[in-house]
Design a protein. Structure first.
Length: 228
């Protein structure tokens, strides 16, 4: 290629003509970040829980609870841009998570008034078992799939009828409180979240309705263990 087009040809310069495998993508919680660290001899704190802005900032709930954000993932099903799905991996156990080296010690510190560690493990978040959290998220994902998958037969029928009636069909359904398939499933999801919150209330854990985050993440409010 270089001989044909001359030295410095774009393919030669940027290796565009070379075949190579794309690097493997490693999943991690994209909500976490490293705190600014002015001491390069110490590892940076991993910021992986957040203030509970779903509560009144003047309330005791705001001051004693934190938010864990379960990331949305796009590689588990088809049409993942249309059908929200959340990671069912326990926070801090993702393949690309920052983990403790063998024989190492977790260093903890404070950032913005909250306690964090130097790994992706969330300090104080152990109220819910891995099995319970994973099972709950999988059920949420199933309900989301049922609600938003665009090629359900019932959804296609509703869309055709709505077009044929000039938009009146769905308006009539809403007037009669019958609703579309998607809305019925979304309401079913909201009820499921309420039921889970009732069950988890003694553990001081609450799932925030994913609708409030536009289905971009699944937020879980909890009381850190040291605060209980």
């Amino acid at each position: 290629m270089a001989e044909e087009h001359g030295q410095g040809f774009v393919d030669d310069k940027y290796n565009l003509s070379k075949e190579g495998k794309d690097p493997k993508l490693v999943f991690f919680n994209h909500h976490e970040f490293l705190a600014p660290n002015h001491d390069s001899s110490q590892p940076a704190l991993v910021i992986n829980h957040f203030p509970n802005f779903y509560a009144d900032t003047s309330s005791s709930t705001f001051h004693k609870t934190r938010i864990v954000r379960i990331p949305r993932c796009y590689d588990t099903i088809a049409y993942s841009d249309l059908v929200p799905q959340f990671s069912s991996v326990y926070p801090g156990h993702e393949e690309g998570a920052i983990k403790l080296d063998e024989g190492g010690n977790v260093i903890t510190g404070f950032y913005d008034g909250a306690k964090f560690g130097t790994t992706s493990e969330i300090v104080g978040f152990g109220n819910i078992s891995q099995e319970d959290l994973s099972g709950t998220i999988k059920q949420i994902n199933e309900l989301l799939y049922d609600a938003f998958y665009p090629f359900h037969v019932i959804t296609l029928i509703e869309n055709v009828l709505d077009v044929l009636t000039g938009g009146l069909f769905i308006q009539i359904l809403n007037t009669l409180s019958l609703y579309t398939h998607t809305k019925r499933k979304v309401l079913e999801l909201e009820q499921f979240v309420e039921n889970v919150n009732d069950k988890w209330q003694p553990k001081d854990v609450q799932i925030i309705s994913p609708r409030k985050m536009g289905y971009l993440s699944l937020c879980i409010a909890y009381v850190p263990k040291e605060e209980q």
